[in-house]
Write a protein that binds this ligand. Structure first.
Ligand code: ZN
Length: 217
């Protein structure tokens, strides 16, 4: 099956005015330095599926699979083959799709590096973007009492990783801009649902600048 090693180095606080807000939501900003993420697609997959818009649902075609020999017993787990089709998986375990928050908490508590535990199965751009977003959660920890702001932080990190790996992933400027605007729309709806003010009135502009590589390092 096609395997791609994505380089996902730590990103410091995105843009000064947002950075101040985001430092509030992570009591352990980047407790674990991120470095690489192993991404796989089904053996028979041709082009990456970019057709499906990103929405608030966790994509069915995304799952974090435990690496061979990794301890999977302290997290909710399910057989990977039930979620990741076409990868030739048999008895391998995957993180239960509902357990992203459990993993975020327990990896932090146990100081287990996500890259030692998981590779990500993602057959579409939508799934990969969500996978990168979750990867950002796994490396940062906070009380999660301002969800819209936490999600914004993870989105901005995910989008900068997407940009930095654009050639390996196979996305162009138009793909990146589309992802940025879809994520900005989601972010806007989260702040509205929470009845909170976003750190900037121009979320579209913030996401587009993030995808253009204008986040601070
Ligand atoms: Zn999230």
């Amino acid at each position: 099956m096609p395997t791609t090693l994505l380089v996902v180095k730590g990103v410091s606080c995105p843009l000064p005015h947002v950075g101040v807000a985001i430092e509030r939501v992570f009591d352990a900003w980047a407790w674990c330095e991120s470095d690489v993420l192993e991404w796989r697609r089904p053996a028979a997959s041709g082009q990456l599926d970019k057709t499906v818009a990103i929405d608030s649902q966790n994509p069915a075609e995304l799952v974090f699979v435990f690496k061979e020999g990794a301890d999977s017993t302290f997290l909710p787990r399910e057989l990977a083959r039930f979620h990741a089709k076409g990868y030739g998986l048999e008895e391998e375990w995957a993180l239960a799709p509902y357990a992203i928050d459990d993993a975020t908490d327990l990896l932090y508590e146990r100081h287990v590096k996500p890259r030692d535990l998981f590779w990500v199965a993602a057959s579409s751009l939508r799934a990969l973007v969500w996978g990168l977003h979750d990867w950002a959660h796994f490396h940062n920890h906070g009380p999660f009492d301002e969800p819209a702001l936490t999600e914004l932080a993870c989105d901005l990190v995910a989008i900068s990783w997407l940009r930095e790996n654009r050639e390996a992933i196979g996305v162009d400027d138009a793909d990146l801009e589309r992802v940025a605007l879809e994520l900005a729309g989601l972010s806007r709806s989260r702040f509205e649902a929470e009845e909170k003010t976003a750190p900037t009135a121009d979320l579209d502009g913030l996401f587009v600048s993030a995808v253009a590589g204008e986040l601070a390092r």
